[in-house]
Ligand binder design. Sequence first.
Ligand code: ATP
Length: 608
Amino acid sequence: MPPGGGRMGGPGGHFMTEEEKAAQPKVTGALLRRVFSYLKPYWKQFILVLVCIAVSSIFNLMPSILTGKIIDEGLIGRDMNLLITYIVLSLGVTLAANLIGVAESYINTWIAQHITFDMRNQMYAHLQRMSQRFFTSNNQGDIITRMTSDTAGVESTITGTFKSILSNSITLIFALVAMFQKNWILALLGIAVIPLFVIPTRKAGKTRWTLTREAQECNDEVNGILNETLSVSGQLLVKLFSKEEQEYERYASVNKRMIKLNIKERMAGRWFFVVLSTVTSIGPMLLYLVGGILMMEYDSSLTVGDITVLVALLGKTYMPVNSLLNIQVDWMRSMAMFSRVFDYFDMEIEVDNPKAPVTPAKNTGEVEFKNVDFSYDGARKILKDVSFRLESGRSMAIVGPSGSGKSTIINLIPRLYDVNSGSVTFDGVDVRQLDLGFLRSQIGVVSQETYLFNGTIRENLQYADPEATEEDMIEACKKANIYDFIQAQEKGLDTEVGNRGLKLSGGEKQRISIARVLLKNPSLLVFDEATSALDSISESKIQEAIDPIIKSRTSILIAHRLSTILAADVIYVVKDGRIVEKGSHDELVGAGGVYTELYETQFKRLDT
Ligand code: ATP
């Protein structure tokens, strides 16, 4: 059976839903060229596939043509040798066609897998270059679907749709050519009866598809009722309001509709086969009749064998015609899939590496913000005219109410986002002119939400520096005040942290992430202090770890606790995206401004 034929008459899939119709991509030359560009590296294998498809399609038609010779020369000519020769030949080509089919499937799958592989890698690399904005504003499920299902769909397009178009077209063309060669009148007659087969097939397919969809909707409704009324709280409501009768009626009526639809659907299939078997026999009978008339009355060169061949070939055209008519939907779906994948590829990379990166003259972690304005969505300004300078070796604390823009300031330094106006410089160079890899290697961030990968503590530490020795790791852990904990574990550094580090407490995770940042050895350290209250022992352990570290390198601390604030050389107070105050704790606490308020309401309380 030709590809695609097996799906014929099934519950559908060859018709588009309204949504699909609305979302149909424009199939332009550019889109096709782009799709085929993925085939280019594999053009040799692709030609081999084409040859295999052509040869196996022709071989598949051979037995039908040989039937004529079996009848005319073998049976009617009463020649045993020829009879056996043709029979063997016929069996031989069938076997050969199947063997070539296997080879073709293999090469085809190979090409499809490689193209999918190329596309997935390209997509993954591209996604990694997308800015944080992309990941925060896109649904994670969508991103993963495009990564997996859409690229997998690309594979089925190549092994299914492309192959089906090729093999069905070749089969059809060869069958028609062979028919015309035998007798053009009968060939034309054959073509004329093809619609007799195709039209009912399509109509039945569509009817069943509509019924199946309706049945599905009905089924959803039934499930909805069950979920609603047979759940604990649903039942409680039904009982307390004495709605049993009413709910039963509702359920029974949908159930009844479902039964009707199911019967209809089954019967549509049944009628379809009645129609199909009748019309499929009309074609051959017509050919026998007209062929007989021609042979007996007008054309003595026409043989019994010729007529048999024509009938057999006619039978071979039905499926390809049907599949080719259905292919439009598959084709559109495939193109939609490709366009969705390409949409992602075409998304602009917001934060890109500069073409000619500048190397800074010094490497001290010095940061300067000059009149920085920033907005996440282009509408609401989050940072307004932020300017400050953090000299090398110094530390600053940023404090402010929740949502004032503290983390946003930090996000701009490693270019998770770019400023809208103004500039951020790192070691005297605008961050947009620095090599992104270099810039990010110079900044170590301990974020509020510590992210550890599923693996051992050692693996998580090595993420920062794969070359780190045991001694390096132990030293970093000691500095981060987590070594005692690690030593107390049975497996030490090889202790599993669990999914996202869930087997560890918040404080332990944070200290491991401090050790991880120390191994990275950045010139600028950023510590985004967790707002959620840790117990005071965890807190003081983190504090003990942080204090000496910030003394020895340039650091920015987003602080929520007085002890952290006091550890910094200077304090910047942020409110509504503006720096409103600057100074030391002593200077600010008595000033009666935002800091005083924060101190009274937050720091003082948290620290006592
Ligand atoms: P907290 O102390 O609660 O962590 P914060 O001062 O660090 O707060 P930011 O995280 O910088 O505040 O957020 C500042 C503002 O920007 C908030 O109003 C927040 O809603 C908004 N915001 C933060 N991240 C995004 C984002 N990815 N997209 C859009 N808006 C954002």
